[in-house]
Ligand binder design. Structure first.
Ligand code: ACO
Length: 324
């Protein structure tokens, strides 16, 4: 049998780091009241990175991809599949994956975007794994890249303090041994309205509201439930149990959701990889950013079992279980 295995990780954060205190001071100038204490207590977020106005998702993706290729010891021209997960693409079309391919200086291999908001990386990894197992690809570059700052409503304190910009990437290669043990994806379009950026371009204008809207409490409740279900399902598929998980790397949206999920899986909090404090919610980029940090810091070791879990707008959710 043919499996897929991550052979390199990389990530990139735009240099401008904004702490809660700095952000609160900026918002206060426009009459919007928030505080470091409120943000930390409700979300665990202490700072986020924001890209400058001219920097796009494909720019961030390029840096993360270069680091992942370097870690895997591969050249860009060896890649035979590029998938980018993003909800903040550079353009309506072509895809951010095609723009990334061009920036990497390569051509020919299939390249496309996956749109599943904060579940995007788990969706993209699942598609790449399936394509590798069928023989359609053997060296896939899978990236999550976002500039959520572009779609934030800086007059809405209930959402603008939650998100940040960044990118993470992995190289996924064909292997005789797993690698990825099992994957699980879901969506429920009945919940479109609780988390959305409903605007679009039409007739040369922006049609509808192009800024992010969220019913935070509805998202919170749904997220905790579906993350446990997805984790249980993926463990069952792989014939593994809670006790086999060495590292839980969930989408980094809110520390309370993440800790709630760890608790339901009976995992001590030391096994939870946390970057939300420094990155905020970077949507599709959050899981590969967290993975790369845990790999580079030496915490994740060969043979460890990792549970990656995403949840986001759509509503979408899913999990990937893998051996490192
Ligand atoms: N600063 C200060 N006060 C605030 C802020 C702020 N930034 N934002 C809201 N408040 C106020 C509210 O106005 C409200 O005041 P009131 O009681 O006078 O009306 C009070 O704080 C409490 O607001 P709630 O909305 O009840 O706060 P809650 O405890 O639910 O926390 C939060 C809000 C953090 C958004 C939480 O609901 C949450 O994390 N939800 C999940 C969000 C999430 O994970 N989203 C990402 C999903 S992934 C994706 O696809 C993007």
């Amino acid at each position: 049998p043919r499996y897929s295995r991550i052979t390199g990780t990389g990530s990139y954060l735009p240099p401008r780091r904004v702490t809660n205190a700095e952000f609160a001071a900026e918002l206060a100038q426009r009459g919007i009241e928030t505080s470091d204490a409120w943000i930390v207590e409700r979300t665990g977020i202490r700072a986020r990175h924001f890209a400058d106005a001219h920097v796009t998702s494909s720019d961030l993706a390029l840096q993360a991809a270069r680091h992942a290729l370097e870690a895997a010891g591969r050249r860009a021209d060896e890649i035979d599949l590029i998938i980018v997960a993003t909800s903040t693409p550079d353009m309506v079309f072509p895809s951010t994956a095609c723009l990334l391919q061009q920036k990497l200086g390569v051509h020919g291999c299939p390249a496309f975007d996956v749109q599943a908001v904060c579940s995007g990386f788990v969706y993209a990894l699942t598609v790449a794994d399936a394509m590798i197992r069928t023989g359609a690809a053997s060296k896939a570059l899978v990236v999550g890249a976002e500039v959520f700052s572009r779609i934030l409503d800086f007059n809405d304190r209930t959402t603008c303090v939650l998100f940040g910009d960044g990118a993470g990437a992995v190289l996924l290669e064909a292997s005789d041994t797993p690698g990825i043990l099992a994957t699980e994806l879901h969506a429920d379009g009945r919940h479109v309205g609780i988390l959305c950026t409903p605007g679009n371009v039409s007739g040369g204008k922006v049609l509808g509201d192009p800024l992010l809207k969220m019913d935070g409490q509805a998202v919170f409740k749904l997220a905790v439930r579906v993350l446990e279900e997805a984790a249980r399902a993926v463990l069952a598929k792989a014939g593994r149990s809670d006790a086999d998980i060495d590292w839980l790397i969930p989408h980094q949206a809110n520390i309370r959701i993440m800790q709630g999920t760890a608790k339901k899986l009976h995992l001590p909090l030391e096994k939870l990889v946390v970057t939300v404090d420094e990155h905020g919610n970077t949507s599709a980029a959050s899981i590969p950013l967290a993975l790369d940090q845990a790999v580079r810091s030496g915490r994740i070791q060969r043979g460890d079992t990792l549970m990656l879990e995403g949840v986001g707008g759509g509503f979408t959710w899913g999990a990937v279980l893998l051996d490192w």
